[in-house]
Design a protein around this ligand. Structure first.
Ligand SMILES: Cc1cc2nc3c(=O)[nH]c(=O)nc-3n(C[C@H](O)[C@H](O)[C@H](O)COP(=O)(O)OP(=O)(O)OC[C@H]3O[C@@H](n4cnc5c(N)ncnc54)[C@H](O)[C@@H]3O)c2cc1C
Length: 451
């Protein structure tokens, strides 16, 4: 039994398989052990394109070096009830994942629900037509995450799981994979290759005739405001999720990945740039940043959301001269480009300097631009100051999720004995959800092996 990927999906599947079956389990990962994962961009803010990427690859998977926030809701990071066909079953799955994290050292406290402040924020948001999603969250913290992951790995090794790091699977065949030119046989293969392996897996899936479809995407900007503006909201919830329906187009816009007193980061892909955010323990900024994303689904006859998202990212990269675009919200509203001169006149000092001040409306579709402006104006009623003219917008922030792989109730694809789990199969978008799909896939494999 071979598992591709040592992220949450792969590790939780390995746990279930090694605990509840006699199958011998090997986990293969492109990246390294957690101690060896050191990203140069964490210090410099600039990605130099390491292969494999330390942020995305290795023991613990993507976010293995993050602050490790566990969102303990079955409908956050993907809707697990769609897979379990029952909300109570999906909730039980979340609890199982959470219990394992706690067993390996995740802190006992759960934040994010039940307090008076949360009730007040929920009410204030509702009055402004904004939905605040209270999420019970467990914060592992970047300083403890490696210990939690290593403790879990030790347990897996005791249960007989073998690990192969620095090993990229080049090709998947029927009951075999190719690593560094060598064929390795495995009766069952579980692909848990995450977002970083999604394009590679989509190619493999096409070769193997695995059925798949394009999923929705999220496109937008990274918003940067003074920390004082977002502070009161962040005090209630470290990564507050606000869901907004915009006036003109009735589109769905949401906040995501908040970094209080954090920094905006450049992401460099082979053919385009993007932005993201991070918060550092040792260094704090005066600002808060968060992603502000418009949800896009395409319907027949054109469904290729990936190509659509990519073409927007290319256009933004072209108009930014190979760098992310930066614009003040006031300039976007007024229909003029930003310049360094105008940005200096505002009171938000950008935390990412390797950008091109410009005009986001020359890169993004008018509908997305309208959604961003209207959405921020809505959010301003919950966090006053967010839609101020000086607010900074960095583009593009594009979340191209993986192709959605067609699976049966056992998480098996139409190719016999090829199973999938996690972000790379378009089944999840977060640690807990990915881990839960790993458990489900493992149970599917065990059921098939017994049959
Ligand atoms: C910076 C950052 C911070 C995050 N913070 C949070 C957070 O706080 N809370 C949260 O819920 N989510 C967070 N996420 C998202 C979360 O990390 C992912 O949703 C989750 O890790 C997905 O799990 P996965 O197992 O599906 O895939 P991944 O975690 O992406 O793991 C996939 C693994 O597969 C390996 N792989 C890929 N292709 C191959 C191949 N061909 N051969 C061998 N190995 C391969 C990769 O090296 C990788 O280690 C964060 C993500 C990032 C990037």
């Amino acid at each position: 039994m071979l598992i591709i990927g040592a992220g949450p999906a792969g590790l939780f599947a390995a746990h279930e398989l090694s605990k509840n079956s006699k199958l011998s389990v090997t986990v293969v990962d492109w990246g390294q052990e957690i101690e060896k994962r050191t990203c140069p961009a964490v210090k410099t803010g600039k990605c130099i394109g390491c292969k494999p990427c330390h942020i995305m690859c290795g023991l613990g998977g993507a976010g293995g070096c993050s602050s490790g926030i566990l969102n303990l809701r079955h409908d956050i990071g993907g809707d697990l009830s769609k897979l379990t066909k029952s909300v109570p079953k999906a909730e039980k799955l979340v609890k199982e994942v959470d219990d394992i994290f706690v067993e390996h050292g995740a802190p006992k406290e759960v934040h994010g629900t039940g307090s008076k402040e949360i009730e007040q924020l929920t009410r204030r948001a509702a009055a402004a037509g904004v939905r605040f999603i209270p999420i019970p969250q467990r914060h592992i913290g970047s300083e403890y995450l490696p210990d939690v992951i290593n403790s879990f790995k030790r347990k897996l090794e005791k249960q007989g799981v073998k690990f192969m790091f620095n090993s990229r699977v080049e090709q998947i065949g029927k009951s075999e994979v190719i690593i560094k030119g060598k064929r390795i046989r495995a009766k069952y293969i579980l692909v848990a290759s995450g977002r970083v392996g999604a394009d590679w897996f989509a190619e493999q899936a096409q070769i193997l005739s695995v059925k798949l479809t394009h999923g929705p995407i999220d496109i937008g900007v990274r918003v940067e405001v003074p920390a004082a503006v977002y502070g009161p909201v962040v005090k209630v919830n470290r990564d507050p999720k606000f869901h907004i329906r915009t006036k003109t187009f009735d589109d769905f816009v949401r906040t995501f990945c908040t970094n209080h007193q954090g920094f905006v980061m450049e992401e460099r892909y082979d053919d385009h740039v993007g932005v993201n955010g991070q918060s550092l323990r040792a260094k704090k900024s005066q600002n808060t940043n968060f992603a502000f994303l418009v949800h896009i689904e395409l319907t027949e006859p054109v469904t290729d959301t990936t190509a659509y998202g990519q073409s927007i990212a290319y256009l933004a990269t072209t108009i930014g001269g190979g760098r992310p675009l930066l614009q003040r919200l006031g300039d976007l509203r007024a229909g003029r480009r930003s310049t360094w001169e105008r940005i200096k006149r505002g009171h938000v000092v950008p935390t990412l300097r390797s950008v091109t001040p410009g005009d986001i409306s020359m890169a993004m579709p008018g509908r997305v631009v309208t959604d961003i402006i209207e959405g921020l104006e809505h959010l301003d009623e919950v966090a006053p100051g967010v839609a101020e003219d000086s607010t900074l917008l960095y583009a593009p922030e594009v979340k191209l999720y993986a192709m959605q792989i067609h699976i049966d109730e056992n998480m098996e694809t139409n190719v016999p004995n090829l199973f999938v789990a996690g972000d790379g199969a378009g089944l999840s978008r977060g640690i807990v959800a990915a881990a839960a799909t790993g458990l489900l896939a493992a149970r599917g494999i065990i059921a098939k092996a017994k049959a």
